[in-house]
Design a protein around this ligand. Sequence first.
Ligand SMILES: Cc1cc2nc3c(=O)[nH]c(=O)nc-3n(C[C@H](O)[C@H](O)[C@H](O)COP(=O)(O)O)c2cc1C
Length: 182
Amino acid sequence: MSQKSLSKLDAPKNITNNEKVVSQNDFIVSKTDTKGRIIYCNEIFTKMAGYPAKDLIGANHNLIRHPDMPKLAFKVLWDLIQKKDEFFGFVKNLSADGGYYWVFAYITADLDLNGNIISYTSVRRKMPQSAIDIITPIYRQLREAEQSGGIAASEKILNDLLQEHDLGYNEFIINLQLGAKI
Ligand SMILES: Cc1cc2nc3c(=O)[nH]c(=O)nc-3n(C[C@H](O)[C@H](O)[C@H](O)COP(=O)(O)O)c2cc1C
């Protein structure tokens, strides 16, 4: 009998402050189909997310979406990867036990020989604490803006911030990943 894939509805409702820290040498990897359904994940992914691999395959990636994440982060992600550009970003993910883990994610499209997108791959690494400390209040501000003014409001805040520091989005993220303070 085929088993139904997990969905966002199966995500934990009791969100906790328990942080799982990514190890220095870990590469947390997943692949999705073009709709964002998981088609592959490595062992460390299953460990951090807290679900057995068999339950993750076929599940929409939003199963591990944390409510603290602004919508804008995922809009930027999908806009870039659908045009075959690379995405770099910081993501707070939700574990099955209600805890969380922060990652520096790199996501890109996988192409066939004709250049058609056949899947997407994400490789995630540990974030420095300095970047977590900087991005946490920024994401909070983006989420608050989205609650009153939607994505247009958070986009304006992000653009103003980037302009203030005279940086492009990727440059900003990579600087933080390398330990820069703003
Ligand atoms: C390859 C790939 C990896 C992804 N990894 C994550 C992830 O680790 N965490 C996450 O919340 N969303 C991830 N996403 C984005 C999800 O597909 C989705 O856009 C996001 O969770 C927001 O979902 P929602 O708009 O249904 O709330 C990934 C997408 C792709 C294509």
